[in-house]
Every structure is written in structure tokens, then in C-alpha cells.
Ligand binder design. Structure first.
Ligand code: GCV
Length: 693
């Protein structure tokens, strides 16, 4: 062996001994650690500099959240730096990280930051490099324990992102108060529209898993979880199940996550032995009040109820000739003395209300504005149909000024390839949040509307389950991450969120980051191209996955693909102009005018709002048919290209996750080709019969 190769070997051995190097960074990973992997830093200078800023942890004693904070910092530093940093009561040298609130930490109280901290609220925080007792220190301070926890994760994220931490002066606060995950988990452990294994907590739970779920949520600022499906089993409000809910709440509490429950409106009759569920009946009101008291006795920080009523077969106040407001208010009065809220879903589409499904919720809910109790949110999906890959924003946003609206997004990819397709959803959510409602004139974006209400919140239908990687697809984790980050601050850019997630989840090499970023940022539009070109929507059957444009559901017209695309020899698309269903009139000017005219409707929503002949001349100069075919082809090509781009990363990410993602991308490109072929062949049968001049 030459001297040179001996030296090289010695260097490699030293690196491996220090826990550094390719062998370590590319160890097989299951995805369980999400974006909280804390891999050892390779750059020794950087490690040394972080070590100087993290010599000791001073976190609140006698506080469950303080313990969580101290444990997270210790495990992150063990991972990133390879050192065991002690938890101490007082900083005795430079470099302590001091975390707390004026009431949990005398050190924080002594800093005199109380006014600044109260302005940021209990969930806001400052992170400042300063001097405490004559020693250089980093202080993470908040008015509340939640803020201290969120500040801790922010500080750790800086190191995970390889940012400097020696001279910090950061102030942050969330823009929306309630940032919830809605779990559509059934009590038997199955999950409605869940693609990542069974429920994390029904019928039983692995405590460590639930704790790791809570850690992940806390790291992105999620502060509530509805733990059962909105298609609610009334049993979830019985004593044994409430005790289970209380046990879940016990695990989540240190992470500042409140438990909420979905309530079945017929519970008074179904489990309470009453003869009615009429919300205006005094015995029903009494039952809900007693039930709320019982719940708060078990879960003092219980958040409240979400209710799906008179929707898709669920019971509701209309069964008694009462309104949605009557229904919401009886529950609202029950939780109000305890500070609870009710999220009353506006996902209603009773066929008697209007022939066009997308008009029904607006038609029913707008007249109820001002009739709900103060502690009621109307929970409204981002679009007026049902979580399609692209929809115009729901016209209820900006149309109910007296009622707080909680935006509902879907993280689980029910209509977006489930856990098989890589689709980064942040661009879709951002499109929604940035959409101008014109409610108060130009500049009334959805994000501004929801953040400007007297109560604010956003909910995401969770994509978590017991699969080892939590979300089924390694990239579906990014959607969980992005939901939390956008809920915290809807102004964050989708690229910046992607960069954070990629660097914490996959690695820092610039080529790796830019390849994965490009895959993520292109993925949603690719998916739209191969499943809903030019605004066509709902071309599926019951599994909401595979193409089924011919689907005519005998149970309901509006569960059919044919109801939406309306293709025949004369053309394709749903006419929602004033000559058609008039759905455009649920939007304000200038949107209603712009979307009434195909020439001023964006191509992306063309067939959502218009029914047009096959030879309609598009802005591109092509006929509608040619544009449609081209878009399907483009989508399928783009899906293939996502796979090709991923293959350039072989050897740059761990083989286990590389292969898992590759297998999914292969399936995705095959599925995309199937979408293209099935839809083009189906629509061609009509186009070929179009009347020729
Ligand atoms: C929970 C869609 C889904 C249903 C879901 C419903 C809802 O229709 O397919 O599974 O039910 O939305 O949001 O209530």
C-alpha cells in the first residue's frame, strides 16, 4: 500500500469514526424520521461553530413542554454535531440555549422583553443572540409555551438548513390561529381516503408513534387534530371512546396539540336514548351541554367539534326542517362555556338546491351569514366541487363576512394519485390562497380574507397512517410539511418550502436539491395535464384514482364523470356562464365577467366554465380537440420525465428510499399514459362525430 493510499484510508477511517461521510449520509432510511433526521454535519467548521452556540440547554423545569424542548434539542445536537449537550439550570459559560416564557423562566423574565413577546402572542417567539448573566447565549423566548416550542424548532431548522446561528434576531408569529389536521380515521382503524396504512390511534395506539407524530406536527406549527372521521361514528362520543380520546390528548398535550372530535349530529338519539335530534328541542340542547361537560371533564383543553351534517347521507338539522345555523348553534352553545368551537362543514350538495353541484353550498350558506354563534366556523373546502386537482376557489370565501370561514385543504391525495403519484400540493394550495376574491375590491386574496376574520383557522385532511414512512409515498411527506408551513404563514413561497423540506429530508448537495425541487414544482401541473386538461374535472369512477370518463353513476348524476364533461358530437365542457348554470355569478366582478367569456377565461379553467365545440379556436391557434390531445400527451410525457429526472439521483440518496420512490414514479408514468390513452380514445368517439361544415 502506498503512503498516499494509507493516508487516504486513515482520513476515511477518521471520518467514519466521527460519524461522517457517505457511508453515514447514505445509510438505508425508512422515511420514519421525516424531516427531523438530524444527520451528522460533514463540514467540521460549521459543526464547530454550531457547537459554540449550543454548549448547554436551559429549558423550563417542571413543564412537560419544557421537557419536550430539552429532549428535542439534545437529540438534534447529538445527531447533527455528535455531542451530548447537558441540560442545566443556569448558564455557566458562553453558548447556552435558553428557552422559555416570562412565567416559566426567570432568565427570560429578567430580559424585559415582555411587551415585545405579548405582541407576538402565545404562539409567536423571538430568537435572539444576546448576553445573559455575562455569558453569550441564544434566547428562544415566547409569551406562551407553544411559542417556545415553535421557536425551538425554528432554531433547529436553521442548523438543519446549514444557516448561521451565531447572530440571530428573529421574531415570528403564526398568521392563522387554528392550524388543524382532520383525520378521517374510523374507530375500527381504517381511514377514509387514507393511503398510508391504518389509523395511528384507533382502535389502539403505539405511544411512541403518536409522540413522533406530535413532534413532527409541532415542528411545523400544527396545533390541533380532529382524531376521528367527519363521517362520524356516534360511538366516538361514548364514555369508553372519550377515555381513549383523553389518552390521545395526554400524549399530544406537551406538543401543544389539542384534540378535537367529529360529532355525529344524531348522537342524542343514537347513543343518548333521546327520541329526537331536533336542535331546537330543549332536551337535545341539554344533552349536548352535558356531553360537552363530560368531554371537558376528561379533556380540559378539548378544542371542539367538527360536524358534517346533511351531506352524503349524514344526519343533520334539515332532517327536522331546521337550518345549518340551528344545528351548529346547539353544539356551539354546549362548548362555549369551555372555550370550545364548532367547525360546521359547508360541504353540502343537495340536488334539490340547484342542478349544478358546484353552486349548492353557496346557495345554502350565504343566507345564513350572521346567524351562527360567535364560536362557529363554517368549514369550506378550497374549491366548490371536491378537492379536484384544479378548481377555482370556493365562492363562499369573501361571501360570508359575518361568519369566520375555516379553509379545508386535502393533504391526502384522494383525487391526486393517492399514495402512488408524486404530486407536491403546495402550488395548488398557494394558487387558492393567492386567488383574489375581490370581496373588498382588488387585493382581497383568500389568504387575506381568512386571516382577517375575528377567528382564523385552516384544516388539512391528513395523509398519515401506520406505514413506516407515515404517508405512503416518501414525497407525500412534503405535503404534510407544506400544509403546516403554509398554515403558519400563507405568504411563504412554494419553492422555499420545498427547499426546506428537501434539505432536511434528502440532503444538501446543490444538484440534488435543484433536481428534486424541479421534480416537485413541476409535479402538480403534470398531474393536471394528464388528468384534467383545460379544466375538465371528475373523470373518475368510485375509486377516485383511475380514468373513467364514461362513468355514469346510477346512484347520483353528480357522482358521474359524464355529468361534468357533457361530451357529445357538438362539444365538451360544463356551461357555467349565465346562459348555462350561472355559477359564474357566485363570483364577484370582474371574475364573473372574465369567466363568462371563453376568450378571457384561463385555459386551465376553460371547460370548467364553458361548453365549447370541438373545433373551438384556442388562444394557441389550435382547435380545442388538438389542444386537449396535446395536453394529455404533454402530461404523460411530463410524468415520464419526473421518473427520468429521479434516475439521475441514484447514489446521491440512500438506495432504500431511492428505489421506493423510483417504483412509485414508474407506476405514475404508466398511469399517466393510461389516462392519456383512455381519455383520448373516449373523447375521440364524440369528436369524430362532430358536425362538419
Ligand atoms: C369524508 C368526498 C370524499 C368522501 C369524504 C367527503 C367529505 O366526497 O370522497 O370520502 O367523506 O368528501 O369531505 O365529507
Amino acid at each position: 500500500m502506498t503512503r498516499r493510499s494509507r493516508r487516504l484510508l486513515a482520513v476515511c477511517a477518521a471520518l467514519v469514526a466521527a460519524g461522517v461521510g457517505f457511508a453515514v449520509s447514505l445509510r438505508a432510511e425508512t422515511g420514519y424520521d421525516l424531516w427531523l433526521r438530524y444527520p451528522r454535519l460533514i463540514d467540521l467548521d460549521q459543526r464547530a461553530s454550531y457547537q459554540q452556540s449550543a454548549t448547554a440547554i436551559v429549558a423550563p423545569q417542571r413543564s412537560a413542554t419544557g421537557d419536550v424542548i430539552a429532549a428535542e434539542i439534545a437529540s438534534a445536537l447529538r445527531g447533527l454535531l455528535g455531542v451530548d449537550v447537558p441540560r442545566v439550570g443556569q448558564p455557566r459559560s458562553d453558548g447556552a440555549v435558553i428557552v422559555g416564557t416570562p412565567s416559566t423562566s426567570p432568565l427570560v423574565a429578567a430580559l424585559g422583553w415582555t411587551d415585545a413577546l405579548s405582541r407576538l402572542g402565545d404562539e409567536g417567539y423571538v430568537i435572539r443572540s444576546t448576553t445573559v448573566g455575562g455569558h453569550a447565549a441564544t434566547v428562544i423566548a415566547s409569551n406562551g409555551e407553544a411559542g417556545a416550542l415553535y421557536g425551538t424548532f425554528h432554531w433547529l431548522r436553521l442548523m438543519q438548513m446549514h444557516q448561521p446561528v451565531a447572530h440571530l434576531d428573529i421574531a415570528e408569529h403564526p398568521r392563522l390561529e387554528r392550524r388543524l389536521l382532520n383525520h378521517w380515521d374510523n374507530l375500527d382503524g381504517s381511514i377514509e381516503r387514507g393511503y398510508a396504512g391504518r389509523s395511528l390511534w384507533w382502535p389502539d395506539r403505539i405511544e411512541q408513534r403518536v409522540r413522533d407524530y406530535a413532534r413532527a406536527n409541532a415542528s411545523i406549527g400544527i396545533n390541533g387534530a380532529v382524531i376521528n372521521s367527519v363521517n362520524a361514528n356516534p360511538q366516538s362520543l361514548t364514555a369508553p371512546l372519550l377515555r381513549q380520546a383523553a389518552d390521545i390528548a395526554r400524549i399530544l398535550r406537551p406538543y401543544r396539540i389539542r384534540v378535537y372530535l367529529a360529532a355525529n349530529f344524531a348522537a342524542p338519539k343514537m347513543i343518548g336514548g333521546l327520541t329526537t335530534d331536533d336542535p331546537l328541542d330543549a332536551s337535545v340542547a341539554r344533552w349536548w351541554r352535558a356531553k360537552a361537560d363530560e368531554i371537558y371533564g376528561l379533556i380540559p383543553d378539548f378544542g371542539g367539534f367538527v360536524v358534517k351534517a346533511n351531506s352524503e347521507g349524514q344526519p343533520g338539522p334539515q332532517d327536522y326542517g331546521r337550518t345549518h345555523a340551528d344545528g351548529a348553534n346547539v353544539l356551539a352553545d354546549a362548548v362555549s362555556p369551555h372555550g370550545g368551537i364548532v367547525m360546521w362543514r359547508a360541504f353540502v350538495y343537495d340536488a334539490d338546491v340547484d342542478p349544478d353541484r358546484v353552486k349548492r353550498a353557496y346557495t345554502e350558506f350565504v343566507p345564513l351569514d350572521g346567524k351562527f354563534r360567535e364560536n362557529v366556523f363554517a368549514q369550506v373546502k378550497n374549491g366548490p366541487l371536491d378537492f379536484q386537482p384544479r378548481e377555482p376557489f370556493h365562492p363562499l370565501f369573501g361571501a360570508m363576512p359575518k361568519t369566520p370561514l375555516m379553509a379545508e385543504l386535502q393533504i391526502t391525495q384522494e383525487y391526486l394519485g393517492q399514495a402512488n403519484h408524486l404530486v407536491y400540493l403546495a402550488p395548488m394550495w398557494k394558487e387558492f390562497l393567492d386567488a383574489d376574491t375581490y370581496a373588498q375590491g382588488a387585493g382581497s386574496q383568500v389568504a387575506k380574507v381568512i386571516a382577517g376574520q375575528r377567528r382564523t383557522g385552516i384544516a388539512g385532511v391528513a395523509n398519515t397512517g401506520r406505514d413506516i414512512n407515515w404517508s405512503g409515498h416518501d414525497f407525500a411527506q412534503a405535503n404534510w410539511y407544506a400544509f403546516g408551513r403554509l398554515a403558519w404563514d400563507p405568504a411563504l413561497s412554494v419553492g422555499a418550502i420545498a427547499d426546506e423540506w428537501i434539505r432536511m429530508t434528502w440532503g444538501h448537495d446543490p444538484a440534488l436539491v435543484s433536481t428534486i425541487r424541479s421534480i416537485m414544482l413541476d409535479s402538480r401541473e403534470a398531474y393536471v395535464h394528464y388528468t384534467m386538461p383545460l379544466g375538465l374535472h371528475h373523470l373518475i369512477g368510485g375509486n377516485h384514482y383511475a380514468p373513467m370518463p364514461e362513468n355514469t353513476d346510477p346512484r347520483r348524476a353528480d357522482w358521474s364523470a359524464t355529468y361534468y364533461h357533457r361530451a357529445d358530437a357538438s362539444g365538451i365542457g360544463y356551461d357555467r356562464t349565465r346562459q348555462g348554470s350561472g355559477a359564474v355569478d357566485q363570483y364577484r366582478s370582474p371574475l364573473r365577467e372574465l369567466w363568462s367569456d371563453p376568450a378571457t377565461t384561463p385555459d386551465q379553467l376553460l371547460l370548467w366554465f364553458h361548453r365549447l365545440p370541438w373545433d373551438y379556436r384556442m388562444k394557441s391557434g389550435r382547435t380545442l380537440w388538438d389542444e386537449l390531445v396535446l395536453t394529455y400527451r404533454r402530461g404523460a410525457d411530463e410524468a415520464k420525465d419526473l421518473e427520468t429526472r429521479w434516475t439521475t439521483l441514484r447514489g446521491q440518496v440512500d438506495e432504500q428510499r431511492y428505489q421506493a420512490v423510483l417504483a412509485k414514479l414508474r407506476r405514475q408514468s404508466a398511469d399517466a399514459a393510461a389516462w392519456r390513452d383512455a381519455c383520448v380514445a373516449y373523447f375521440r368517439t364524440f369528436m369524430a362525430k362532430q358536425p362538419r361544415p
